[in-house]
Design a protein around this ligand. Structure first.
Ligand code: ADP
Ligand code: MG
Length: 267
């Protein structure tokens, strides 16, 4: 079995190293890592080789944007990073990719996990915000934010409701806790979706075109919220068409034809 990043870390760590060194180690270890990541969708004649060898590392407390033309594989990459999809292990001729096409979440090679364990890892470590928020429309804002907490089962029902209220308040929705999702505006719904993504204190927040469906005022509000969260230490990775949103991050990765075409750190 291939060693995980964690094992490699352990192997390199001298015995008796200090807590401070351990802390530095964990800050250096990527939260998300792809290795020669490939994704082929469909099969036979219609197979489409969408990702063609992506190597990326996303570190704790970083704020990163992925940009690129439509169809360049941004959403596919984000879904793979978030464990919503699995890498292709073999090329069109059935040969395994070398090195293996893989995604590591907090050091864990996701290919070693069955579907149940992958779903658990996702629920614990990843917060996902989609362009279309996918709230349950018959549920209140507060209930929607509670759902991932109920699923994880770490908090009591009352504690989850309290945390949901605090998150919604932080996003300026304190007056809308008990409003049904389908009676909220688009911008409010997207803020509820962000609160829901933060519910289980994810190691990393992933957002696919979070402002793509909003008017300019709400786009600005959501952009501000994401920036504030990132400044408060929330690792955040967003796919966006919005250049001004991308410019607010610390790093811009440009995808083209299923590969990383450019990867720049911003001052
Ligand atoms: N199920 C699928 N089968 C075949 N091709 C697909 C499928 N889903 C997406 N694609 C294609 O994969 C490419 C990349 O899609 P996507 O990752 O959504 O791009 P982006 O988010 O950068 O616009 C697009 O050309 C899209 O048409
Ligand atoms: Mg997309």
């Amino acid at each position: 079995m291939a060693p995980t990043d964690v094992d490699v870390d352990r192997a390199h760590r001298a015995p008796g190293s200090s807590t401070a060194e351990l802390r530095r180690d964990s800050a250096r270890r990527p939260l998300l890592r792809t290795q020669n990541l490939h994704r082929i969708l469909g099969s036979g004649e219609t197979a489409a080789h969408i990702l063609r060898g992506v190597d990326l590392e996303i570190y704790p407390q970083s704020f990163t944007a992925i940009v690129g033309t439509s169809g360049s594989g941004k959403s596919t990459l984000l879904y793979l990073l978030g464990g919503l999809d699995r890498p292709s292990r073999m090329d069109e001729r059935g040969e395994p990719f070398n090195p293996p096409s893989a995604v590591f979440v907090d050091g864990q090679d996701t290919s070693e996990l069955g579907d149940t364990d992958l779903a658990l890892l996702r629920n614990q470590k990843i917060g996902f915000v989609f362009q279309f928020h996918y709230l349950l429309k018959e549920f209140t804002a507060q209930e929607n934010v509670c759902l991932p907490m109920f699923k994880l089962g770490r908090l009591s029902r009352a504690a989850a409701m309290e945390r949901a209220a605090a998150l919604l308040e932080r996003l300026g929705l304190q007056d809308k806790l008990r409003r049904r999702a389908n009676r909220l505006s688009g911008g409010e719904q997207q803020r509820v979706a962000i609160a829901r993504a933060l519910a289980n204190e994810p190691a990393v927040l992933l957002a696919d075109e979070p402002t793509g469906n909003l008017d300019s005022r709400n786009s600005e509000l959501v952009a501000q919220i994401l920036q504030e969260l990132a400044q408060a230490g929330q690792s955040t990775l967003i796919v966006t068409h919005d250049r001004t949103l991308a410019q607010r991050t610390g790093r811009i990765i440009t995808m083209a034809d299923g590969r990383v075409a450019e990867d720049i750190a911003l001052a």
